[in-house]
Structures are given as structure tokens and as C-alpha cells.
Design a protein around this ligand. Structure first.
Ligand code: BV8
Ligand code: ZN
Length: 257
């Protein structure tokens, strides 16, 4: 039965069992979602629709069909999100994970996020399960393309650039719903879930498959499962649920280690 700790007012006294698991961990898998970038001002996936985008459903916009139907609308949405990511700074959660990775060699960071804030905070070898805002490619021939020099900010509608080789439209380098995840990224993440002894899940609603299955794979083979999120997850069957912001909890946790 998971033990939930209310850490909204800070970390307070931590149970010895939790501290022991964190200190003793030999191989750590950290899975992050949009919540780890929330304190950098990047809207989480559920909130990523304000202004012009408010009337669209992200699950509908984040699809190849939506792009085919209206490439300008979909490309513009991602350019707006890319502008947000470029204007954002890594927050204490990103920095704590990068510092932890420097102290604990076998800490592996797997993210569902498409921003590059983990890398900008100093984390290395970050596994991106859902691609990146910073790696556009040709929708037709898949050739990697350069991002436009200045992303369209706000609600401006801009047309995607054309591929110099085949004239196809540029698409964002993210994994859309209905698209397969990058094979190597998923295989590496799965292998880590199968051998880690601690799995830390930070800032994800855990709704999207197959990424959302990784913590269960870790749990199945005996890893300690710790979740960090201001919202409790009713179906969480891990060991510890720390309720609070990642930018508050992670630096405080690292201090205790
Ligand atoms: C695939 C990139 C098939 C694009 C994204 C099995 C069952 C049911 C459905 C499926 C299934 N298998 C596949 C599916 C379909 C689908 C799916 O899972 N649908 C869901 C909605 C049911 N999956 C797919 O389509 C995947 N592809 O399986 O292909 C296939 C198989 C063979 C051959 C061909 C095809 C592809 C999924 C990838 C979609 N792309 N992102 C983009 O960004 O636009 S998903 C996107 O949403 C994110 O990347 C993320 O993964 C996901 C959820 O977002 P979160 O990161 O969790 O963010 P969210 O807002 O939801 O939650 C934020 C959390 O943070 C909250 O809990 C909040 O409380 C917390 N928080 C807030 N502030 C803080 C905080 N936490 C800490 N600190 C804070 N300060
Ligand atoms: Zn092309």
C-alpha cells in the first residue's frame, strides 16, 4: 500500500525507509513528464492550450491526421510551444536531477517531454520517448531539417518550411498519438525499468502508453517506486507518493542524501 506524504509545505521529516531506499539505490530510473517543466513556465500537456489553442484538444492536435488536415495550425502550435521552451529556464527540479546524475553514475533520465530543459540543466544521455521540439524533419522523406531561426511566438499562424531536397513540409520532431515511439529509446527505457532498483516518477499524469507502463515494469521486478506530483494518483501502487512540486521536493531530497 503506497504511503503518501504531504510535502506541499516542504519536505519535513522523511521516513527512514524512504531515505534508506534512496541512499541504497544502485541503479535509478527517473521518468519525467510535463510537471517537471511546469515551474519553468511551460504549460503541462493538459494545460498546453491557451488563447488561440484553447478550443483544440491536444490529443487531436498532436496527430499526423491533424497535420495533414491543417499543417499551418499544427506547425504553429508547435512553434508556439518551441518559443515557450526557448524562453524558459531549467528550474530547481531539472537542476537537482542533473546534480544527482553527477553524484550517482547509474542514474538514467527518461523523459516524455519534448523540451530540452533537462539537457540545459546539465543532464546527459537523456532518453526522449516522445521526441523533441528541436528536431524538425521532412514529413515526406524524413530528412532532418533546421528549425526556423525565430519561432513564431504567441498565436501567430506560420506555414511550415519546405524540405530543400523533396519539397515536402517540415513536421515537428515529436511522436504524435498513433505513431510508434523511437525504437531504441523505448528499448533502452524498458531495459532500465527491468533492472533498476529505484524508479522515480516525476510530474506525469501517467495516462499515455507505452511510457506509462514503465513504472509498473520496474515495480514488477522489485524496484522501489516513488512518485512526485502535487496531485495524488488514485491508482498509484508504488511505495511512496510525495505530494508537492518537483522544484521543491527534488532539491530537498537531494540534500538529505
Ligand atoms: C503508440 C509528444 C501505437 C507530442 C506525446 C494502450 C491503451 C490505451 C491507449 C493506447 C495504448 N497504446 C497506445 C495508445 C494510444 C496512445 C495513448 O496512450 N493514448 C492515451 C491518451 C490513452 N498512445 C500512442 O498513440 C503512442 N503511440 O502507442 O503507437 C502504435 C503501435 C504500433 C505501430 C504504430 C503505432 C504515442 C504516444 C505519444 C504521444 N505524444 N507527446 C506533444 O508533446 O505534442 S504525449 C504527451 O502527453 C506527453 O509527451 C506525455 O507523454 C503525455 C502526458 O503528458 P504528461 O507529461 O503526463 O503531462 P500531463 O499534463 O498529462 O500531466 C502533468 C503532470 O504533472 C500532472 O500529473 C500534474 O499534476 C503534474 N504537475 C504539475 N505541476 C507540477 C507537477 N508535478 C511536479 N511538479 C510540479 N510543479
Ligand atoms: Zn523531404
Amino acid at each position: 500500500m503506497p504511503i503518501s506524504l504531504d510535502c506541499r509545505a516542504g519536505l519535513g521529516e522523511l521516513p527512514q525507509g524512504l531515505l534508506e531506499s534512496l541512499r541504497r539505490a544502485d541503479e535509478i530510473l527517473v521518468l519525467t513528464g510535463a510537471g517537471v517543466s511546469a515551474e519553468s513556465g511551460i504549460a503541462t500537456f493538459r494545460e498546453a492550450l491557451t488563447g488561440l489553442w484553447a478550443r483544440f484538444d491536444p490529443a487531436r492536435l498532436a496527430t499526423a491526421d491533424a497535420f495533414i488536415e491543417d499543417p499551418v495550425r499544427v506547425w504553429s502550435w508547435y512553434e508556439w510551444r518551441r518559443a515557450q521552451a526557448l524562453a524558459a529556464e531549467p528550474n530547481p527540479a531539472h537542476r537537482a536531477l542533473a546534480a544527482w546524475g553527477r553524484r550517482q553514475q547509474r542514474l538514467h533520465l527518461v523523459t516524455q517531454n519534448v523540451d530540452d530543459l533537462h539537457e540545459r540543466a546539465g543532464s546527459h544521455a537523456v532518453i526522449h520517448l516522445h521526441g523533441s521540439l528541436h528536431a524538425p524533419r521532412c514529413f515526406e522523406c524524413a530528412r532532418p531539417l533546421a528549425s526556423p531561426p525565430v519561432p513564431a511566438a504567441g498565436d501567430r499562424l506560420v506555414a511550415p518550411p519546405r524540405c530543400p531536397a523533396c519539397g515536402g513540409l517540415a513536421r515537428p520532431g515529436v511522436v504524435w498519438f498513433g505513431e510508434s515511439l523511437p525504437e531504441e529509446a523505448l528499448a533502452s527505457a524498458w531495459a532500465l525499468a527491468e533492472r533498476c532498483d529505484l524508479c522515480l516518477v516525476v510530474g506525469t499524469s501517467g495516462l499515455v502508453q507505452p511510457a506509462a507502463s514503465l513504472p509498473a515494469v520496474a515495480r514488477q521486478q522489485g524496484a522501489t517506486l516513488v512518485r512526485i506530483d502535487p496531485q495524488p494518483a488514485a491508482d498509484f501502487n508504488g511505495d511512496w507518493q510525495l505530494l508537492g512540486a518537483a522544484g521543491v521536493i527534488l532539491p530537498a531530497l537531494l540534500e538529505r542524501l
